[in-house]
Design a protein around this ligand. Structure first.
Ligand code: AMP
Length: 426
């Protein structure tokens, strides 16, 4: 079979690498891909942008693609799955309406409240309905969120109610463009975050291995928020009891309610959870796709054939399949470009990729491009070095051995990915 992966990040390189291991698959196309997918055996890049829905459909038809897996949220929110379905093509991902779970925070908060799924208390405002007195009556800190997609940057934690009022006004004034036309203001939650990611077939939930990511730029979870500086799997914060609660309080009710409302969910479903010290949990957000960088360590541990799982989901048979996991832990360390997460410099030549390829573990590409036969930086998050090991500490060591082999001018990365899990191990 021929598989198309939509996207160009580290998640998509990991998806392509994983699918390439399937004996059923003859050819993998990535639209548009990166240098890592260009160099991966049996994988080739095609020059169609991830948000060019018509171009993607045309390519899938012309190349006789049997299965498409969508990586990023952008094309999902644009309705790429609906367009593929209308053309009779098999595409793993949620429909445009189901993808609103990520595309609109106000939609999701109202959905959670309507169905009694635990989440932080909140208010939703437009410029016309904004009520500063309501904000001043709340307990600080408060979290102010732009309603729409803002590349992970539309969330501001405000220490005071005055800061929350000012931040809300800045959003209405266009700080995040159209995404800030509506704003959610919510209660600040204490606890430890976990990523709970599952495959869903409209009716059934197949949970994937647990994971946790590190969103802040600097060691010790300090500094500005990023798209993610590293992730590991499994995440010990998700104990068996937390897992059970996540399935029964969040995943099942969400999938059932979406089906009951006429927007059944098919695809990867990612719940960002805040786990409190007493083991209770609340939904911070939903993503309508696999996480990046969580995908890289999770797929490094997956032994099952991902295309078989996608087929089962597309045929409504997820309840009949299991996923086989490598019992080892996996740690992925993101190597970022000069200037990330602000203005990044592109075009720096990356050294040491051949040496890293001879080491155990796997280096996934994200923001890379081929230029005159050399691999150069072309985005903020450039690579993700994934190590495996009997413990998170051992996996971390393998990931940092890979990292030590690689260099470019301005490369930056965290030295402590997985530290919470390692603290629990010792
Ligand atoms: P979101 O995109 O909604 O997940 O928010 C991005 C990040 O902001 C989350 O991963 C949390 O670290 C933080 N965050 C969001 N909402 C809250 C909240 N209510 N309380 C504390 N932290 C939050």
């Amino acid at each position: 079979m021929k598989v198309l992966i939509i996207g160009s990040g580290g998640r998509e390189h990991a998806l392509a690498w994983k699918v390439a291991q399937s004996p059923r698959v003859t050819e993998i196309h990535v639209a548009p891909g990166n240098a890592g997918t260009a160099l991966e055996p049996r994988v080739r890049n095609v020059g169609v942008a991830a948000d060019d829905v018509d171009g993607l459909v045309r390519h899938a038809q012309a190349a006789k693609i049997d299965l498409t897996i969508v990586g990023p949220e952008g094309p999902l929110v644009l309705g790429v799955v609906d367009a593929f379905q209308a053309a009779g093509l098999r595409c793993f991902g949620p429909s445009r309406l189901a993808a609103q779970l990520e595309g609109s925070k106000a939609f999701t908060k109202d959905f959670l409240k309507r169905h009694g799924i635990p989440t932080a208390a909140y208010g939703t405002f437009t410029r016309d309905s904004f009520d500063p007195a309501w904000v001043r009556a709340q307990q600080a800190p408060l979290v102010v969120k732009a309603d729409g997609l803002a590349a992970g940057k539309g969330v501001v934690i405000c220490a005071t109610t005055e800061e929350a009022v000012a931040t809300t006004r800045a959003m209405f004034d266009g700080r995040f463009g159209k995404a800030g036309d509506k704003v959610v203001i919510e209660e600040f939650l204490d606890g430890e975050e976990a990523s709970f990611i599952a495959m869903v077939d409209g009716a059934h939930v197949l949970p994937l291995a647990t994971s946790q990511d590190h969103k802040r730029l600097h060691d010790g979870d300090e500094g500005p928020n990023t798209g993610g500086m590293g992730a590991y799997s499994p995440a010990p914060v998700v104990t068996a009891a937390v897992h059970e609660r996540a399935m029964h309080e969040v995943m099942w009710p969400t999938v059932r309610a979406l089906a009951a409302e006429g927007t059944p969910y098919l695809g990867f479903l990612y719940a960002g959870l805040m786990v409190a010290a007493d083991g209770s949990l609340k939904v911070l957000e939903f993503n309508c796709r696999f996480g990046d960088p969580e995908t890289q360590p999770i797929l490094a541990r997956m032994r099952s054939d991902l295309t078989v799982l996608c087929d089962a989901a597309l045929e409504g048979r997820l309840a009949t399949v299991d996923v086989d996991w490598d019992p080892r832990a996996a740690v992925g360390v993101v190597l970022a470009a000069h200037g990330y997460p602000d203005t990044v410099r592109k075009g720096d030549v990356i050294h040491g990729l051949d040496a890293a390829a001879r080491l155990p573990g796997k280096v996934f590409h994200a923001g890379t491009a081929l230029h005159d036969g050399e691999v150069v930086t072309s985005g903020g998050r450039v690579l993700c070095a994934v190590g495996l090991g009997a413990t998170v500490r051992a996996a971390q060591q393998q990931a940092y051995d890979l990292t030590a082999a690689i260099s470019w001018d301005g490369m930056q990365y965290r030295r402590d990915i997985g530290y919470r899990a390692i603290a629990r191990e010792t």
